[in-house]
Design a protein around this ligand. Structure first.
Ligand SMILES: *[C@@H]1O[C@H](CO)[C@@H](O)[C@H](O)[C@H]1NC(C)=O
Ligand SMILES: *[C@@H]1O[C@H](CO)[C@@H](O)[C@H](O)[C@H]1NC(C)=O
Ligand SMILES: *[C@@H]1O[C@H](CO)[C@@H](O)[C@H](O)[C@H]1NC(C)=O
Ligand SMILES: *[C@@H]1O[C@H](CO)[C@@H](O)[C@H](O)[C@H]1NC(C)=O
Length: 389
């Protein structure tokens, strides 16, 4: 389904690029490519025109730098056809971070059915906000650069996102969404600059992408099912994380996640599942981590169900999130700490159905060690460190 959709979009895209009949060029509508004149309204008018078109239409952003000074929402609520946005230029945020930093999302796509975005760079220029946060003064939280909300049938291809205020991208309440050839970068010490966060969504894939940030590479929040992550390189940053889960008492689970052919370089974690040590109805079921390469990773394989920084609201200090059927297959490389495999599961809801197969992780040229608590399952093939299940 996703593949067919992408193919249709591509076919359309090739056609429209040559025909250019229903292409709305933001520059022709008035946007200035000078990086200093606010182009928000011209982007919105290009979107409205394309959206009202009876034939599938394209918003075109030519090369150059376009300032989007405000939080902007591209709503698909009344769009008649698949929307296409082709970006050759760079979209930049205002030099004064306050203009967007109290909004949740800087550039948001909402309620779109059928969206194909290709190319371009989105630069939130957030260094001054990070400096404010580092100074200990009170500063706004910051906006996530790109948000896809309550949408379906989306393909985002070849876009770069740099130096976000908060997360670079969020996929929230979406179905059938493909992100491919994405490049995300922010410095290792930039706070909360997660790469891609997925939540309450079904059928999301993240393919052939490079993500280096100051926080998680990809994070998977509650209510995420049928997710596929393949051929992604992570680092620097905090690795791929399922979680944090279990903050809320009532919470939908994470199911059917595949993470395949991923490399981690100089990251805090490799593949991590992290849950608050609180009561919750949340769960994790059916996860495959396969063909994973670790280079100098502090916690290559980690389940942490004791998460409760500052003892914040964890009265009984036990996670209610039940973790089951997690497979770690062909995980190799180097750990930056002696314990390369740590499965710290819930006392009340032990992990079950954990499978370790062909794990080879070294620390300083020696076999690393492993540590398990409340984890059941089986190990097979090469096991270095030896299994603690
Ligand atoms: C789109 O189609 C509708 C119904 O067929 C028609 O009334 C309308 O004028 C068309 N709009 C444009 C911009 O062609
Ligand atoms: C996604 O699929 C679910 C389950 O079929 C449905 O309830 C939800 O409305 C869909 N969301 C969108 C944005 O299409
Ligand atoms: C997860 O995958 C299984 C097996 O393929 C399937 O039966 C089940 O419906 C899926 N669950 C969800 C929530 O997608
Ligand atoms: C690891 O061992 C190899 C070969 O035995 C050696 O060449 C290399 O320098 C060693 N690396 C470290 C970090 O000790």
């Amino acid at each position: 389904m996703g593949y067919i959709f992408a193919t249709l979009c591509l076919a359309f895209f090739k056609h429209s690029a040559s025909a250019a009949v229903s292409s709305y060029n933001v520059q022709e509508l008035g946007a200035k490519a000078d990086g200093t004149t606010d182009s928000t309204k011209f982007f919105l008018s290009a979107w409205s025109l394309a959206c009202a078109s009876n034939v599938s239409a394209q918003v075109y952003v030519p090369s150059g730098k376009y300032l989007i000074s405000n939080a902007v929402v591209f709503s698909g609520r009344n769009c008649k056809r698949t929307m296409v946005m082709r970006i050759d230029g760079t979209i930049i945020a205002p030099a004064d971070y306050n203009l967007i930093a109290n909004d949740e999302i800087w550039i948001k796509f909402d309620n779109v059915n059928g969206l194909y975005i290709s190319g371009g760079t989105v630069d939130a220029q957030a260094a001054p906000l990070w400096a404010c946060k580092a100074s200990g003064n009170s500063c706004p939280t910051g906006a996530t650069s790109l948000g896809f909300y309550s949408s379906r049938n989306i393909v985002v291809s070849g876009i770069a996102s740099i130096n976000s205020q908060m997360f670079h991208m969020i996929v929230y309440k979406c179905n059938n969404t493909k992100l491919q050839g994405i490049k995300i970068s922010a410095p290792v010490d930039s706070p909360n600059t997660d790469g891609i966060h997925v939540q309450l969504s079904t059928g999301v894939s993240i393919l052939s992408s490079q993500i280096g940030t100051g926080d998680d590479c990809v994070s998977i929040g509650p209510g995420t099912t049928d997710t596929w992550i393949e051929s992604v390189s992570c680092g620097p940053g905090h690795g791929i994380s399922i979680g944090s889960l279990g903050w809320n008492l009532q919470e939908p689970g994470v199911q059917n996640l595949t993470v395949k052919t991923v490399t981690f370089r100089n990251t805090e974690n490799g593949v991590r599942i992290k849950t608050w040590a609180r009561s919750s109805t949340g769960f994790v079921n059916n996860v495959l981590f396969q063909h994973i390469s670790m280079g100098n990773v502090k916690n290559p394989i980690l389940i942490d169900q004791d998460y409760c920084p500052n003892q914040e609201n964890c009265p009984d200090k036990v996670s209610g999130v039940k973790i089951s059927n997690v497979i770690y297959q062909d995980i190799h490389g180097t750990s930056a700490t002696p314990v390369a495999l740590r499965l710290q599961c819930s006392k009340s809801f032990p992990c079950s159905g954990i499978r370790l197969q062909d794990v080879e992780l070294t620390y300083n040229n020696q076999s690393a060690t492993s540590s398990c608590a409340n984890a059941a399952g089986e190990a097979s093939g090469v096991m270095k460190p030896s299994s603690c299940l």
